[in-house]
Design a protein around this ligand. Structure first.
Ligand SMILES: Nc1ncnc2c1ncn2[C@@H]1O[C@H](COP(=O)(O)OP(=O)(O)OP(=O)(O)O)[C@@H](O)[C@H]1O
Ligand SMILES: O=C(O)[C@@H](O)C(=O)CO
Length: 423
């Protein structure tokens, strides 16, 4: 294994797995596998990039650090030369973590400073300019992310936001330096390291900027960012002759299907709205769930009764509705109850024969996939930017699409079911 990734959620893991498996156009990527949690045994020696999906974005910072260090140890034991800490392209975190504490702990364990921190993902509209994060043409704190149910993002200056979470000073490499190319970026990072800055926000507006940053960090043991930061990393290994460049592929799975959406992001709500027009959909009564009047069986019976018609069950609601439910029952209690509902529903669906599963939302995907106990997932073709087809191991595999809340075209749900079936 050459490249190891520690991802703080499951959809983020498949996002970066997609980038590394794809590589640069015409060159191919690395042979990539996504692990659900830290594997107990050694990896298949054919794997060149191992992505460990944790569910550490919104847990206690100390626990996130411990889990990430354990993942680091496993990846180093597999021989990884370079580690990426993957977090969200919208920098999802709170003033206490978990991006800062985890990144600093990894840097300390690897004995490095002047580490790239860049959440940019231009393909999904996320760019970093003057240390500020934009989502399309809006600053992060005006993009809707200020209403996130778990980590409201209220400051677009991610240098300032990260500084709240770190012990050491946060550095910055601006876009002018990035446009001067890999050698200039590398020198700027080195200077930041010499000034004892562990993490350095690096501006990036285009994929070319990210490739240049990736080249600058070719020999860095630690890189941190969104999936975009990995755009040039496979190429570094291929160009050094350590990997050949492969094209990702998986076998199609055509079987019973279901869509579960727990994300309340703007993109998911639009996708739900579009899907509702022509497909059977069940709006989950979240108050009913919290009061014990709505149970797993209500979801499974609806989804199983509507086979062949791309059925969807969703809890996705507007920021006002989310706020009202959280005020009434408590944010953590609502999140934990919905996580268990989706997890149990997925378990029952799969034992009833469902073989194609589309899930919207990182936390929701984490809950679902953990409950299914799937082990390792192979990476298939891309459905939409940041979302690949995933395939479990074994003779009767499950095909999955784990969609980050804000990813995907408006018709994502039907498109994903088609792609899982190889159409
Ligand atoms: N109707 C609702 N009311 C209150 N909370 C909800 C509701 N529906 C979902 N939630 C909670 O909102 C959170 C959504 O998080 P999730 O990570 O699944 O989606 P997301 O944040 O949009 O996606 P991503 O992390 O990939 O950007 C979960 O904790 C879920 O339990
Ligand atoms: O980086 C992103 O936006 C996604 O991969 C993600 O992590 C959202 O959960």
């Amino acid at each position: 294994m050459l490249l190891g990734v520690i991802a703080d959620d499951f959809t983020g893991a498949s996002d970066i797995a997609n980038t590394i498996a794809k590589g640069l156009p015409g060159q191919g990527g690395l042979r990539t596998v996504q692990y659900l949690g830290i594997p107990s045994g050694a990896a298949d020696p054919a794997v060149e990039a191992g992505i460990i999906a944790l569910k550490s974005r919104s847990i206690d910072a100390g626990l996130a650090v411990r889990q990430s260090l354990e993942a680091l140890r496993w990846l180093l034991d597999q021989g990884c030369e370079q580690i990426v800490f993957k977090y969200c392209s919208t920098f999802d975190s709170t003033p206490t973590g978990n991006i800062g504490p985890v990144a600093e702990a990894l840097a300390e364990a690897l004995g490095v400073k002047g580490v790239v921190a860049c959440p940019a993902f231009p393909g999904a509209g996320r760019t970093v300019y003057q240390g500020h994060l934009f989502v399309k043409d809006r600053l992060l704190n005006e993009s809707g992310l200020q209403n996130h149910p778990l980590n409201p993002m209220t400051d677009a200056d991610i240098r300032r936001w990260l500084q709240l979470q770190t012990v050491s000073d946060v550095g910055h490499v601006d876009i002018t330096t990035v446009h001067d190319g890999a050698a200039a970026i590398e020198a700027a990072l080195r200077r930041n390291g010499e000034a004892n800055r562990v993490l350095v926000i690096v501006d990036a507006i285009t994929d070319d900027d990210l490739v240049a940053i990736g080249r600058a960090a070719a020999l860095h043991r630690l890189v941190t960012g969104g999936s975009g930061i990995a755009l040039g990393l496979a190429a570094n290994f291929i160009e050094r002759g350590l990997a050949h460049g492969t094209v990702a592929g998986t076998l199609p799975v055509d079987g019973p299907e279901a869509i579960l959406a727990g994300s309340c992001s703007g993109a998911t709500r639009e996708q739900v709205e579009i899907h509702r027009r022509n497909h059977p959909t069940l709006a989950i009564d979240v108050t009913g769930v919290m009061e014990g009047r709505v149970a797993t069986s209500d979801l499974t019976s609806f989804l199983l009764a509507n086979q062949g018609r791309a059925p969807l069950a969703y809890s996705s609601s507007t920021p006002d509705e989310v706020q009202a439910i959280q005020a009434r029952f408590g944010r953590e209690k609502v999140a934990a109850t919905l996580d268990s509902l989706f997890a149990e529903t997925a378990r029952e669906l799969v034992s009833a024969g469902v073989r194609r599963l589309v899930v919207a939302g990182g936390e929701t995907s984490g809950a679902v996939v953990s409950a299914l106990n799937l082990g390792a997932l192979a990476i298939g073709p891309e459905i939409d930017p940041g979302v690949p087809v995933l395939l479990s191991e074994g003779s009767d595999p499950l095909a999955l699409a784990l969609k980050s809340g804000n990813f995907g075209a408006p018709d994502f749900f039907t498109k994903a079911l088609e792609r899982l079936a190889g159409r």
